[in-house]
Design a protein around this ligand. Structure first.
Ligand code: NAI
Length: 331
């Protein structure tokens, strides 16, 4: 039997945590033959509820689950973790200024960066989900300088999967037959869901999504805003934000990162930008990536038209502003 992999989930007593922990324990994230140890972190006010989650994980008798640590101690939580999924953060509440929310998250991510840097296992891979996801990941990167920047990512896979889902609904094809959409930029309403390189498998072979949909007006307008506003639509319907789809996307993100993307397929990940596609280096920006041997690589050489270029710059601009705001919170 394989050695267990230790997975940290922060904010584990929350909504996404409740959906994610059993997925990890069932092998959805790391594979059906990979034993896991779960480290669940939350803050003091949620500690009773966190205990309850641990009790249920024990009650579920998952064969792959080799241990559960539920704690409010960041150091204990980060000890020897191989994969860290960061759900914990400070949500924006009605009437709060952006700067106040940023300021809370900056201090949370600064502290957790140091704990991970000091106590996590070597080559620990980090996925930040908590919003503002890209900028929280950037803060984590800044305050954990000994963790390689390629190991720090944020979640835009939910947006990617939403785009696949909408195209498959529109074409009445199975979602598995649609691939290579791209989410560029920030996990926010400025993100650019791009279908210009996406394809769909049909009876008569592979077709471009543009040709198959055959309605540029829908693709260029309604489709984009459906994806950008999907999070808000879920809140409106459920009175709670996306949780099962977010948990599932987090599993997909880590799964493909560690175990590889299928040949000819890319996925979207928020990663540290090296200047690819003319995007300002030093942001955590969502790109199309392929993964192999536990390493992601930005897909290069895709043709970018003028409309796309503008949308890619626009979401980069928002990230530049968030970065400035985060910096100003440090002073
Ligand atoms: P939630 O509010 O149900 O859970 C958050 C949990 O984090 C709470 O249990 C809270 O006590 C805990 N927490 C707060 N500060 C913490 C700290 N310093 N250390 C550890 N835990 C801490 O929220 P939910 O619905 O589970 O969402 C989690 C985060 O994910 C939110 O920030 C949400 O905006 C974000 N999100 C991101 C998505 C993405 O695609 N990137 C999609 C959906 C949600």
């Amino acid at each position: 039997e394989k050695e267990p992999v230790t997975v940290l989930v922060t904010g584990a007593a929350g909504q996404i945590g409740y959906a994610l922990a059993p997925m990890i324990a069932r092998g959805v994230m790391l594979g059906p033959d990979q034993p896991v140890i779960l480290h669940l972190l939350d803050i003091e006010p949620a500690s009773e509820s966190l205990k309850g989650v641990k009790m249920e994980l024990v009650d579920a008798a998952f064969p792959l689950l080799k241990g559960v640590v539920a704690t409010t101690d960041v150091v204990e939580a980060c000890k020897d973790v191989n994969v860290a999924v960061m759900l914990g953060g400070f949500p924006r509440k009605e009437g709060m200024e952006r700067k106040d929310v940023m300021s809370k998250n900056v201090s949370i991510y600064k502290a957790q960066a140091s704990a991970l840097e000091q106590h996590a296992a070597e080559d620990c891979k980090v996925l930040v989900v908590a919003n503002p996801a890209n900028t929280n990941a950037l803060i984590l990167k800044e305050y954990a300088p000994s963790i390689p920047e390629k190991n720090i990512t944020c979640l835009t896979r939910l947006d990617h999967n939403r785009a696949l889902g909408q195209i498959s609904e529109r074409l009445s094809v199975h979602v598995g037959d649609v691939k290579n959409v791209i989410i560029w930029g920030n996990h926010s309403s400025t993100q650019y869901p791009d279908v210009n390189h996406a394809t769909v498998t049909t009876n008569s072979g592979n077709k471009s999504v543009r040709a198959a949909v055959n309605d540029d007006n829908w693709l260029n307008n309604e489709f984009i805003s459906i994806i950008q506003q999907r999070g808000a639509a879920i809140i409106k319907a459920r009175k709670l934000s996306s949780a099962l789809s977010a948990a599932s996307a987090a599993c997909d993100h880590v799964h493909d990162w560690l175990l590889g993307t299928p040949k000819g397929t890319w996925v979207s990940m928020g990663v540290y930008c090296d200047g690819s596609y003319g995007i300002q280096p030093g942001l955590i920006y969502s790109f199309p990536v392929t993964c192999e041997n536990g390493q992601w690589k930005i897909v290069q050489g895709l043709e970018i038209d003028k409309v796309s270029r503008e949308k890619m710059e626009n979401t980069a601009q928002e990230l530049i502003e968030e970065k400035e705001l985060a910096k100003s919170c440090l002073n």
